[in-house]
Write a protein that binds this ligand. Structure first.
Ligand code: NAP
Length: 271
């Protein structure tokens, strides 16, 4: 029998590439989006079904999961992909900006996870894939709030896996490095103070170096393939690093002292 996967945030980037990866592998794919009426890229796949889902709106999550359950019976895998990044100077970030970032990347992911568990436990199991980031284990300048959300996703998921193993529900974390998507374009929220230029030189140096990193960045298909591996490899591996230079940086962070890691980051961004 065909397996069913539900993915959040599939209008672009990693979410869209993951829909296509699983559709081409013959799965039933539930592609969810905030505004699915705009979507046309999945028309070629009759095994892809579009549903509305905004991770900040519990009602939309419950309604869609219920509708999918009625249509397909079970959901084997849920991918928590929806998310975006706030960057810039922390002192300019309002409560509203911080709360919205957490409401999407952390509380949204928790809501979907909770509703997925309620469905998967009685059905005898399933898998929940969290799209974290290399930024859930290591940090770079000017991403304090984004890192805080992804560090939260890592801790939440790691603790949760203990209680869900008894119900045959697996949890896995995908940790992408820099990936060419709308993350750095339309989805980005950049913040700096209006009343001072105190951060300008730091921000310019960081952005110049970051653009260089992006020249070598891979496309979202590489993450989609890693998600497919995580879902199908039959192991209990929890973390999958992907997207150069992410995997190498994660190893360096494990073996370097804080002092050496901070020095390496400062040097690479000329700070
Ligand atoms: P993207 O192309 O900007 O895609 C983000 C997706 O999330 C869009 O489909 C967006 O939908 C959706 N989304 C945002 N808020 C939502 C909400 N409240 N409810 C439902 N969907 C929502 O960026 P991406 O790189 O593919 O990002 C996907 C995930 O990968 C994120 O969790 C991100 O943190 C993570 N990640 C990205 C990178 C990277 O370098 N690109 C690296 C590590 C981790 P709309 O069209 O409605 O805005």
């Amino acid at each position: 029998m065909k397996k069913t996967i539900l993915i959040t945030g599939t209008s672009s980037g990693i979410g869209k590439a993951t829909v296509i990866e699983f559709a081409e592998k013959g799965w039933n794919v539930i592609a969810t989006q905030r505004n699915p009426e705009k979507e046309t890229d999945f028309n070629a796949y009759n095994n892809v079904k579009l549903y509305p889902l905004d991770v900040t709106n519990l009602n939309s999550i419950v309604t869609t999961i219920q509708a999918v359950k009625e249509a397909f019976g079970t959901i084997d895998v849920v991918v928590n992909n929806a998310g975006y990044g706030v960057d810039g100077a922390f002192e300019a970030m309002t409560d509203e900006i911080i709360e919205k970032q957490f409401n999407t990347n952390v509380f949204g992911l928790m809501r979907v996870t909770r509703e997925a568990i309620k469905l998967m436990r009685p059905q005898g199991g399933g898998m929940i894939i969290q799209i974290s980031s290399m930024g859930g284990k290591i940090t770079f300048p000017l991403y304090s709030i984004y890192h805080a959300t992804k560090f939260a996703v890592e801790g939440f998921t790691e603790s949760l896996h203990y209680e869900l193993a008894q119900f045959n529900i697996k949890l896995k974390l995908i940790e992408p490095g820099p990936i060419v998507t709308d993350f750095y374009g339309r989805s980005r929220q950049f913040v700096k103070p209006n009343d001072t230029d105190a951060y300008d030189s730091f921000i310019t140096k960081f952005n110049d170096a970051a653009q260089n990193v992006m020249k070598d960045a891979e496309g979202p298909e590489v993450v989609a393939k890693t998600i497919y591996t995580a879902v199908t490899d039959g192991t209990n591996t929890m973390r999958y690093a992907v997207g150069k230079p992410g995997p190498m940086l994660l190893i360096l962070r494990k073996i370097l002292s804080d002092k050496l890691y901070f020095l390496m980051v400062r040097k690479s961004y000329k700070l």
